[in-house]
Design a protein around this ligand. Structure first.
Ligand SMILES: *Cc1c(COP(=O)(O)O)cnc(C)c1O
Length: 356
């Protein structure tokens, strides 16, 4: 049975967006391809509140995360981790031979401005990575406060993982001074998986030009230079299907209104948090709770597997905890095109199952 997905990616995709994925192909070296790709970039700049260049990558978000840390670290990277995805960024650095140190917070805790200050003040680092929204613990980091600290170190490249938050909450890239802001299509953007996107600042570009051995497929300089030279065409064949669907979905997002879209996500988040507090407990402190997914402590020690099995029979899916938190927590995503009514419907059904 097909299930409505309340898991933190991939999300259920609206029928009209899915249809766009089936658009007939055009040549990726055609004028039409340039027009399409330029249109996606222009709209993406509005969503990210940035004047910086936009790069698209036919990969999931991890591709650009790996590309960013490899392409732009000259000296040493400071990788801040509040869970599984920060840990992965550190692994990517190591796997690529990029010198890096990891600064971890305890499970469910955020990265603090103080931690960032302590690391950057050593002068050892020229690149920093922050997870904006940690999809394992449901922590949304205080990125505005962290950004204030990073701004005091103008030589440091600021990389931000917004894979599970971009298009679900406001991320004013230029105001925050983010050099590389990374997202994937299958979370708050509401598309199938397979395309990643990032903003790329002049500062990041200048730094990357000085780095040797940046690889090729995920070399951000290669992507940047190519689209400048070839009018927004990419070095290798991109997922044109995603670009059609993304262009269409971005128009829908901008038509909904960004403030309204972010307010809808917050309203859903508040509703789930309240339900969680009544029935279980939130994993993170409320002020660090994510606006796009809620990680709930399984205080009643129910079997998440059984719950999801019963939900599945009714056509719904939620997520168990990630990694070490598998049975200790469960996660409900409220992303992309999900509505408050759908969230209410889901929680009512969970209530009914728990009463049985
Ligand atoms: C899903 C996710 C990733 C990985 O993205 P992929 O598109 O699956 O490669 C990275 N960071 C965060 C915070 C995520 O939620």
């Amino acid at each position: 049975m097909l299930k409505k997905l309340f898991i933190p990616g991939p999300v259920t995709v609206s029928e009209d967006v899915l249809e766009k994925m089936g658009t007939q192909m055009i040549g990726h070296r055609s004028k039409d391809a340039s027009v399409l790709q330029r249109s996606v970039s222009d709209k993406m700049r509005q969503l990210m509140y940035t004047k910086n260049e936009i790069l698209l990558s036919t990969s999931s978000g991890s591709g650009l995360m790996e590309g960013a840390i490899r392409s732009c670290t000259q000296k040493r990277a400071a990788v801040f981790s509040v869970g599984a995805f920060g840990d992965r960024w550190f692994k990517m650095a190591k796997a690529n031979g990029v010198p890096a140190d990891k600064f971890s917070s305890e499970m469910g805790q955020p990265t603090t401005p103080e931690m960032v200050e302590a690391a950057l003040s050593t002068g050892k680092y020229d690149l920093i990575t922050i997870t904006h929204n940690e999809t394992s613990t449901g922590v949304m980091n205080p990125v505005a406060e962290i950004a204030e600290v990073i701004k005091r170190y103008p030589d440091v490249i600021f990389c931000l993982d917004t894979v599970s938050s971009l298009a679900g909450t406001k991320i004013p890239v230029d105001e925050l001074g983010v050099d590389i802001c990374i997202a994937s299509t299958q979370k708050c953007l509401g598309l199938p998986p397979g395309l990643a996107v990032c903003s790329f600042s002049q500062k990041a570009l200048d730094a990357a030009r000085k780095v040797e051995n940046r690889g090729l497929y995920f070399d951000l300089v290669e992507l940047y230079d190519y689209i400048q030279k070839k009018d927004y065409q990419y070095p290798s064949t991109p997922s044109i299907s995603h670009m059609y669907a993304l262009d269409y979905q971005l128009t829908k997002i901008l038509d909904e209104g960004l403030d309204k879209r972010f307010a809808r996500h917050l309203e859903m988040a508040k509703y789930v948090r309240e339900w969680a507090a009544e029935n279980f407990a939130l994993l993170p402190e409320e002020k660090y709770a994510s606006n796009t997914l809620t990680t709930i402590k399984n205080t009643k020690e129910i079997s998440i597997k059984d719950l999801n099995g019963k939900l599945g029979e009714k056509g719904y899916a939620i997520s168990n905890g990630y990694g070490d938190l598998k049975d200790k927590t469960f996660r409900i995503a409220h992303m992309a095109d999900t509505t408050l009514d759908e969230i209410k419907e889901l929680l009512t059904i969970i209530d009914e199952i728990m009463k049985e």
